[in-house]
Every structure is written in C-alpha cells, then in structure tokens.
Write a protein that binds this ligand. Structure first.
Ligand SMILES: [Fe+2]
Ligand SMILES: [Fe+2]
Length: 197
C-alpha cells in the first residue's frame, strides 16, 4: 500500500548515508513495537521510514513546507528550527506521496514534540526514534526495555528527558510537549483523573 521499496530508494537518494540508516532503523524499531502492541506493522514501518524525510532540506525549504500545510505549529516550534522538519515532513508526504491517513501524517508531524492524546502509532514513532539501533546515549538500554514493557511509561520518561534537555539549553518548550508530558503523567499515575477532565 505504501510502496515501501520505492520510498527506500527515494530516501537513499535524498538523505545522507547516516540519516538514511537512521530512518531504516527507526522503521525497523517501529515495526517491532507495532508487532508487540498490535498496531499496523506496515503503517508503522512506513511512518518510521519517512519521519525525517525533510530533515536535510534547507531551513528556507523546511519553513516553507511547515507553513504550507495545516499542521498548526505553535510558537516554540515556529522559533525552533530543529523542530520544523516534522511539520514539513507531514506536509511533504501528504502532497508528494499522497498520504491521506491522518494517523500517519500525525505520527510524522508530532515525532519531535509529542502531544496530548497521541495515538498508538504516534507513540510508536516517537519512541522508535529514541531507541533505534544506532542510538547510544546513556540510558538507551533502559529506554529500549521500557518501550517494550510499557509504552506509556516510556513516553513519560522520553518527554521528561526531552523537556529537561530543552530547559537546560535555555530553549523554548513547545506547548504540545508540555501538554503531552502532563497527559502521560496523569495517564500513568492517575488515569481516573484523566477520564474525568
Ligand atoms: Fe526527526
Ligand atoms: Fe529521527
């Protein structure tokens, strides 16, 4: 359905070797997580494969694509260039590949910032990006294990790490990330409170 072979060839042309390998690794991790949690494996592989499709475009091009779609960048996203590629990528796959599935579009769009009320596919892509085979940061082993034990706790940990690293660098926190963090905190610690809001 997603003509993955064509997309692999397209990405190999479009991306550096390192980014291409990362994309394939994220796709593989996403497929494994999908198998574990009963999500569509083909969809997960495709979304993982294309999640960074615009990451090596010029800043001007990323900005243009980000603003051309209807993916509602927030203030922090507009002011943080490193976050543009997810929003740009969603628009790119929608217009260049004809992807209509909003879940796949959202998985690419939110893979950098998260959001409150993420679908399982969105969670899978967010986490697959953190635990792909070439990742070697301190604590990646723990994160890999948690990803397959409890996806939502893993989201909470990943968002906590992401938010604290932004704060340490003095960067802006996207409102999507704050809402996502609060959501997973409630979801994992007090799910009743979430259902009553
Ligand atoms: Fe990315
Ligand atoms: Fe990535």
């Amino acid at each position: 359905m997603y003509q993955v072979k064509d997309k692999i060839a397209f990405l190999e042309q479009r991306l550096s070797k390192k980014r291409f390998q990362h994309s394939v690794n994220v796709a593989r991790a996403a497929k494994q997580l999908a198998a574990k949690y009963g999500e569509d494996q083909e969809k997960a592989y495709f979304a993982g494969l294309v999640h960074d499709i615009c990451k090596e475009d010029s800043w001007e091009e990323q900005r243009r694509l980000m603003l051309a779609g209807d993916f509602a960048p927030d203030l922090a996203e507009l002011h943080s260039r490193k976050l543009w590629h997810g929003i740009a990528g969603a628009y790119f796959i929608e217009t260049e590949f004809g992807v209509e599935d909003r879940d796949v579009l959202n998985a690419v769009r939110f893979h950098t910032v998260g959001r409150s009320g993420m679908s399982m596919l969105e969670e899978i892509i967010y986490i697959a990006d953190m635990i792909s085979e070439e990742r070697d940061y301190k604590g990646v082993g723990k994160m890999r294990k948690l990803a397959f034990d409890n996806l939502q706790l893993c989201m909470l940990e990943a968002l906590r790490d992401a938010a604290s690293s932004v704060l340490k660098k003095g960067g802006m926190l996207p409102s999507y990330t704050i809402a996502a963090y609060n959501h997973y905190l409630l979801l994992t610690q007090n799910p009743q409170a979430l259902s009553s809001t």
